[in-house]
Design a protein around this ligand. Structure first.
Ligand code: ADP
Ligand code: MG
Length: 695
């Protein structure tokens, strides 16, 4: 294997490359832009662009692209070559500052929720200098934001950057109050753990449902599932291991610090985790991780499934979004060594707890997708109710504070808050409650609801914004307080009392918890469509406007796009089911039934007294199920047609969930029953046994 330290980041126009290739002044100016998010002067951009191009061309690049993240949740790129005719039949390789800073893709086919209809149809892309450019194949990729000409965000990056700014502003205000006069910026950090399935590519290609919808729409449970728990952390099969090695190498070249890999709970399921970075880089990187998974799998004759629930009856895939906020030197959710640090830690911790309780529906919304409906609120991890796991130690402290144990000595400096009641916390490694949707894990929160195929942008936009909001309230009150210490104590106590209902350290999968959550009046939003519906609640619209995260009109547009995506996804699934049932399942079953009838006739002709009850009973059963399948098929077809006539998009989405989806479940049932009794040779596509155990 190549030397990893030398290989790491070779495809990234990283800070060290910039330092090496840019004049000192240019480097300094660029660095300032990167840190403060300021605009880059045109003459600086010119120099940077040229250096970037030279570097890329030396590495074999011929094209560049503004790499952006439209509302599809995927990434988009339009490649332009560097060539510039010189008039004598030759070309030179050119890349200007203007081309670096701004692009104008004809982006009218990206979802925009009606935002661009009334304005200019074109959008523009603008370089996000806080995320480094990189090389993919023969193309220089420049991470960019994507907006309409009137400035509305049409992508997942712009509001994320705005939300990072929002939480930074408010967190800095809090730090000032605690006497920190130097910090000007607080960064939210994310480490997203990624789960995925690997199946054999040849088998994958035999299933229309996997090809069109990423999940199996039919399929009976195999004799063996995940009940033996023999896959989790199990030894990695050679073929998968070869895949993982190359996957790691590709990520390392892109400067993505892929750190952990292991087998997950379900057969054929795996996980990778990177080392965390700033939220926008982590989000960019996670998109590249998903991209790379699919590409590298393909090279190994495997297909990577990123869907949240590729197989019914075995665990689905999620993305654990590990989140924290930190200054250049310190993680603000890290319990400190001194009372001062602990009081500050407690402030950020309690702010996060209050934010999650106050805005639980928004967090739920941020994890809403058609695929994730099969996990959240179904019989699987995590539940649709949001709660926070704190761990024993921290919980004990919160309980004490609730009971009034927090002391404040007004005489002493403002920092003495709670000296007597705040012991030094140790990182809690004892209890890793896997059933909690939002767990404190020592120095960060782990949001576990996110779906495996989703961009982590949405969840982090929400997290940053809701925490910014509570920090803002705290800062507003503290800045005018006469007695900092006493006021902080009051605030912390008040927030804990008001929001401790969100804390739950027990088993999040149990029925008891759902009942208890109802008593606590915690929202239980079971489906994506219901979650999407809350988005334009005036309270939430105001919240996002207040922090400059979404502009007017952007929320309605995003809500529309989410409903649309929901409708389209279920529609594709329904049509795929109809096609598979009609053209594959039913003809195969008829063939099998005919073979049974032939056999009965042949045997009876040969030996009239021979027993053929086995064939007869089977034929009766098969025929019954075939009739049932036909009925359900027709019902589904009619329902889809009817639902398309609904004009209101929200209503249509709800109908797809509560009517069409139900009819899909109805059709699946007789088909899966047929799969179990029809002879293997007749079944038209690979079964769960093939897919899950043949890699
Ligand atoms: P554990 O195994 O205890 O969950 P890990 O150290 O494996 O913890 O971390 C899981 C993920 O959380 C990794 O991607 C890691 O980089 C990330 N992580 C660790 N610290 C932070 C932090 N301060 N902010 C965001 N993510 C973090
Ligand atoms: Mg973890």
């Amino acid at each position: 294997m190549e030397n990893v330290t030398q290989l790491f980041g070779t495809n990234v126009f990283s800070e060290s490359v910039m330092k090496e290739r840019l004049p000192k002044d240019t480097f300094k100016a660029l660095k300032k832009t990167m840190i403060l998010g300021q605009e880059l002067a045109p003459e600086v951009a010119e120099v940077v662009a040229n250096a970037m191009k030279d570097w890329a061309v030396e590495k074999g690049a011929t094209h560049y692209t503004h790499w952006f993240q439209p509302m599809t949740g995927k990434t988009a790129e339009k490649h332009d070559s560097f060539i510039e005719p010189t008039g004598d039949g030759k070309v030179i390789m050119e890349f200007s500052g203007k081309q670096l800073i701004q692009g104008e893709p004809d982006a009218s086919s990206f979802p925009n929720g009606g935002l661009r209809a009334t304005f200019e149809a074109r959008g523009y892309t603008a370089w996000d200098a806080t995320s480094p450019a990189f090389l993919k194949d023969d193309t220089l990729c420049i991470p960019t934001a994507f907006c309409s000409y009137t400035g509305e965000a049409l992508d997942k990056k712009t509001p994320l950057l705005r939300s990072m700014q929002a939480v930074s502003e408010q967190a800095v205000r809090i730090l000032r109050l605690f006497g920190d006069t130097e910090t000007n910026k607080v960064t939210s950090t994310v480490g997203p753990e990624q789960e995925y399935f690997l199946v054999d590519k040849k088998l994958f290609q035999l299933r229309k449902d996997l090809i069109f919808s990423g999940r199996t729409l039919f399929g009976a449970m195999p004799p063996k599932g995940q009940e033996l728990d023999d896959h989790y952390f199990g030894s990695i099969k050679e073929r998968v291991s070869e895949f993982m090695k190359e996957f790691d190498l590709e990520l390392w070249k892109l400067g993505i610090s892929s750190k952990t890999k292991h087998n997950e709970v379900a057969p054929a399921q795996h996980e990778m985790a990177p080392i965390y970075s700033t939220t926008n880089i982590a989000t960019d990187h996670n998109q590249l991780v998903m991209d790379t998974l699919i590409k590298v799998a393909n090279r190994h004759d495997l297909a990577c499934l990123l869907h949240e629930k590729p197989f019914a009856g075995v665990n689905g895939s999620g993305k654990h979004n590990n989140w924290s906020i930190s200054t250049e030197n310190a993680n603000l959710l890290e319990p400190g060594d001194t009372p001062h640090e602990n009081a500050q830690f407690l402030t950020f911790l309690v702010a996060t707890i209050a934010a999650v309780d106050k805005y639980a529906p928004l967090l739920r919304l941020s994890a809403a997708s058609p695929g994730n409906d099969h996990r959240l609120g179904a019989n699987e991890a995590p539940p649709a109710v949001i709660s926070i796991f704190l761990g024993e130690q921290l919980n004990a402290i919160i309980e004490q504070i609730k009971e009034g144990a927090l002391t404040s000595s007004t005489k002493a400096s403002a920092m003495d808050l709670g000296v007597t009641t705040l012991p030094k916390f140790a990182k809690d490694v004892t209890d890793r409650n896997r059933t909690s949707p939002f767990a404190f894990t020592g120095n960060k929160f782990e949001f576990r609801m996110v779906g495996s195929s989703a961009s982590v942008s949405g969840p982090n936009i929400v997290l940053n914004t809701i925490v910014a909001e509570v920090l803002k309230d705290i800062a507003d009150e503290l800045e005018v307080a006469e007695d900092f210490n006493a006021t902080l104590k009051t605030i912390i106590e008040r927030l804990i009392k008001a929001h401790s209902r969100i804390i739950f350290n027990g088993d999040g999968y149990s029925e008891d918890w759902l009942e208890e959550a109802e008593r606590r009046e915690l929202p239980n939003i079971k489906t994506a469509v219901e979650a999407i519906k809350v988005f334009d609640d005036p309270e939430y619209v105001d919240l996002f406007l207040r922090h400059g995260v979404f502009f007017k009109g952007e929320i309605a547009a995003r809500q529309e796009i989410m409903f649309e995506e929901y409708i389209k996804t279920i529609n594709i699934e329904a049509l795929t089911m109809i096609e598979m049932a009609k053209k594959e399942i039913m003809p195969s079953v008829i063939e099998f039934a005919t073979s049974l009838a032939d056999s009965i006739n042949a045997i009876k002709a040969a030996v009239p007294s021979a027993m053929v009850s086995v064939q007869e009973n089977l034929l009766i059963k098969v025929s019954e199920l075939l009739v049932e399948a036909q009925e359900k098929l027709v019902a589904l077809e009619e329902e889809v047609e009817k639902t398309h006539l609904i004009e209101d998009i929200e209503e249509e989405a709800f109908a797809f969930k509560f009517n069409v989806f139900e009819k899909m479940v109805d059709l699946r049932k007789p088909c899966d029953e047929l799969e179990v009794i029809v002879a293997e040779d007749y079944w038209p596509y690979p079964t769960y046994s093939d897919l899950l155990f043949r890699v």
